[in-house]
Design a protein around this ligand. Structure first.
Ligand SMILES: Cc1ncc(C[n+]2csc(CCOP(=O)(O)OP(=O)(O)O)c2C)c(N)n1
Ligand SMILES: [Mg+2]
Length: 662
């Protein structure tokens, strides 16, 4: 017998990484797409030679019409930002496609840490390739090497471990195939996905090796739709049938699974109303009779009234953040139980709920079937309609404030809700609104009328200032048929305006609505409510006499800043000018690069809300009367917090007396 030798190809580790990534596909519902649209990067020592050379070789060697034999390279301006861009892209693609991100040794790599945390918390797949110092250590300590006296093998890249859904470091070429395969498994696993990190020491990247040719064959990763267990569906259906006031909380999992139609069918058949988390907003279109809008701390009066009285809550694809539960005060029925439909067992087990571990679309379809013939009381539907009408009227009034509000504004200023209203009404239903931090995410959650399943993108897992501009580029790259409107506060803008330059370079049309209010409206209000008197939250000169940050406004011109970075800037000073600016932005050329609309708002006009709560601890001891008063209010709110640990299945236990009901 002659031994068969499998053919090999000689490549560097970096060339092997690039060639492998270019051959990965995902498949769901019979549709195939490339897993990686390309690679974002900023070069320095660590990746300029290894990964950089491999990307160049791919780009120069590729003459195929679709450019799909290599990874297209896009130069970003900040490593944190390029991860945000990749996240924006992957979320818009329902997690079926993403980007790789390459960074240089040291600060280039650690700049990606915030992006890694954001991706993992939001369960969004991104591949991070931080570069490392020498595996051989012969030339060490290298420029930018951490060099810890207590452990010679620790590098700054170890900081990615707690932030990543999967981490590996390739110190030998032989380790690469298993690292790559494990990385793809995690990226394409809907329950495990997040930031996936493969640290690549700079000498290893450039090292040559004979790889089995089959490593680079096209590889398809089927994104699973796990089916629910029949007993779980039966138990969930029994819980719904026994409930008088069931309520759905729709999370991001509804979108990622493409379960919107299944949710609509469930709601229409049963009459169960729906509250939405930030990631789940748009699960039902605006004006659907069962849509009660945002739930939780930034919720609508309609959703929060129904949440408070619900005796059964069905969470779908939600991780139950404190904003969703109003820090465990949203659900006040003493026997409330939870059913959690979630592809991740980790999230399905929260609130001591009945875990239905499954794809959201599959589980909803099975539950709708199991509930055949069931519907809520007609009076419950009427109550939903009345609650929604009352809230929606408040939204209309906030979108178009009455003269007594507008006449009190200083000339040239608008209210924030008015800005959101104008953008909502002047954009197309398919356009995407985007935000992450400040006071706008809460207002958008409550007020924005979503008309398309992919029309709303607020990153509120990490709520990271600076996400907006880079993520808007990712969304636009993912779907050039939609205009993207990034709503950015002045604080958020100042954190990461730099990617406007990347948008210019790539001729990517994004519209940034820069809402200038000279500081942190959000944290200012929070500070005031906690007794801290807006301390340190306004952008002001330090006053020479008091030594405090309470002098005049700073002579900062963010419109000029955006212009200097290459954006087309429109400055507006009235509602009519804003309407015109949105029209102009929409009419701007599709490949004309970024448009920035600069608008000033009055941060003292608040949007309507539902008197919900968010738990932020107040100083228990203070010399300030404002803090003492806030602490007294805090203690009262704390008393409304519920443990939410009652078992979902079995007789209800009255937590107040500990006796069984009925
Ligand atoms: C990177 C980062 N740092 C700090 C915070 C805490 N934070 C949340 S909102 C906010 C202020 C945002 O200011 P701006 O963007 O102007 O929005 P506004 O509050 O004025 O609406 C801060 C500092 C954060 N979310 N992200
Ligand atoms: Mg601000």
């Amino acid at each position: 017998m002659t031994a068969t030798v499998s053919p090999t190809v000689r490549l560097t580790v970096a060339q092997a990484v690039v060639r492998f990534l270019a051959q990965q596909w995902t498949e769901r519902d019979g549709q195939r797409q490339k897993l990686f649209a390309g690679c974002f990067g900023i070069f320095g020592h660590g990746n300029v030679a290894g990964i950089g050379q491999a990307l160049l070789q791919g780009e120069l060697g590729d003459d195929s019409p679709g450019h799909d034999q290599h990874l297209p390279y896009v130069l970003a301006r900040n490593e944190q930002a390029m991860v945000h861009t990749a996240v924006g892209y992957a979320r818009q693609k329902d997690r079926l496609q993403t980007w790789a991100c390459t960074a240089s040794v040291g600060p280039g790599s650690t700049n990606m840490l915030t992006g890694a945390a954001l991706a993992t918390i939001n369960r969004i797949p991104v591949l991070l390739l931080p570069s490392g110092t020498f595996a051989t250590r012969v030339s060490g300590p290298v420029l930018q090497e951490l060099e810890q006296p207590y452990a010679a093998d620790v590098t700054v890249n170890d900081a990615f471990r707690p932030l990543s859904a999967f981490f590996d470091r390739v110190n030998r070429p032989e380790q690469l195939p298993s690292a790559l395969l494990a990385a793809m498994r995690v990226l394409t696993d809907p329950a495990a996905t997040g930031a996936v990190t493969i640290a690549l020491p700079q000498d290893v990247q450039a090292e040559a090796f004979d790889w089995p040719v089959e490593l680079f064959a096209d590889r398809v990763w089927r994104v699973a739709r796990p089916l629910p267990e029949a007993v779980d569906v039966a138990d969930a259906a029994a819980l719904v049938r026994s409930a008088a006031r069931p309520f759905v909380v729709a999370g991001g999992g509804v979108h990622y699974s493409g379960a919107e139609d299944a949710l609509r069918a469930f709601c229409e058949a049963t009459g169960v109303p729906v509250g939405e988390t930030q990631a789940g907003k748009g699960s039902l279109p605006h004006a659907h009779p069962q849509l009660m809008g945002a739930v939780g701390s930034t919720g609508t009066t309609a959703s929060n009234a129904l949440a408070a009285e619900a005796d059964l809550v069905i969470g779908i694809g939600t991780r139950w953040s404190d904003f969703t539960t109003a820090s465990r005060t949203a659900f006040q029925d003493k026997g409330v139980r939870f059913v959690n439909i979630n592809v991740a067992r980790f999230d399905a087990g929260k609130q001591a709920g009945l875990p239905v571990v499954a794809d959201a679309r599959e589980a909803l379809t099975a539950l709708t079937d199991a509930l055949d013939g069931y519907a809520v009381d007609p009076a419950h539907r009427e109550r939903q309609a009345a609650l929604w009408r009352a809230w929606d009227e408040q939204v209309s009034a906030a979108y178009d404030p009455p003269a007594e509000v507008t006449s009190a504004l200083a000339p040239g200023l608008l209210t924030q809700a008015e800005v959101l209203g104008v953008v909502n009404e002047q954009t197309d239903p398919r356009d995407v609104v985007l935000c992450a931090a400040g006071s706008m995410p809460g207002d958008l959650h409550k007020l924005w009328r979503v008309r398309d399943r992919k029309g709303y993108h607020v990153e509120y897992g990490y709520s990271c200032m600076g996400y907006e501009v880079p993520a808007s580029i990712g969304i636009r790259l993912a779907d050039p048929t939609r205009d993207v409107f990034a709503m950015v506060g002045d604080g958020g803008y100042l954190m990461m305006p730099t990617e406007l330059v990347t948008a210019v370079q790539e001729r990517v049309k994004v519209v940034v609505v820069l809402v200038q209010n000279h500081g942190f409206h959000s944290i200012g209000s929070l500070s005031e409510s906690l007794g801290s008197q807006r301390f340190g939250t306004r952008y002001r000169y330090r006053d020479v006499r008091s030594g405090r940050l309470e002098g005049g406004p700073l002579p900062v011109d963010l419109a000029a800043n955006a212009r200097s970075l290459g954006a087309h800037v429109i400055e507006v000073h009235s509602r009519a000018e804003l309407e015109q600016a949105v029209k102009e932005a929409k009419a701007a050329p599709a490949d004309g690069g970024p448009v920035v609309i600069h608008v000033e708002t009055d941060p003292t006009v608040h949007s309507p809300d539902s008197d919900s709560w968010w738990d932020v601890p107040v100083s228990a001891e203070s010399e300030l009367a404002s803090t003492q008063e806030a602490y007294a209010a805090y203690v009262q709110h704390k008393a409304r917090q519920r443990p939410l640990v009652g078992p979902a299945v079995g007789p209800a236990v009255d937590p107040l007396v500990g006796s069984e009901e009925g």
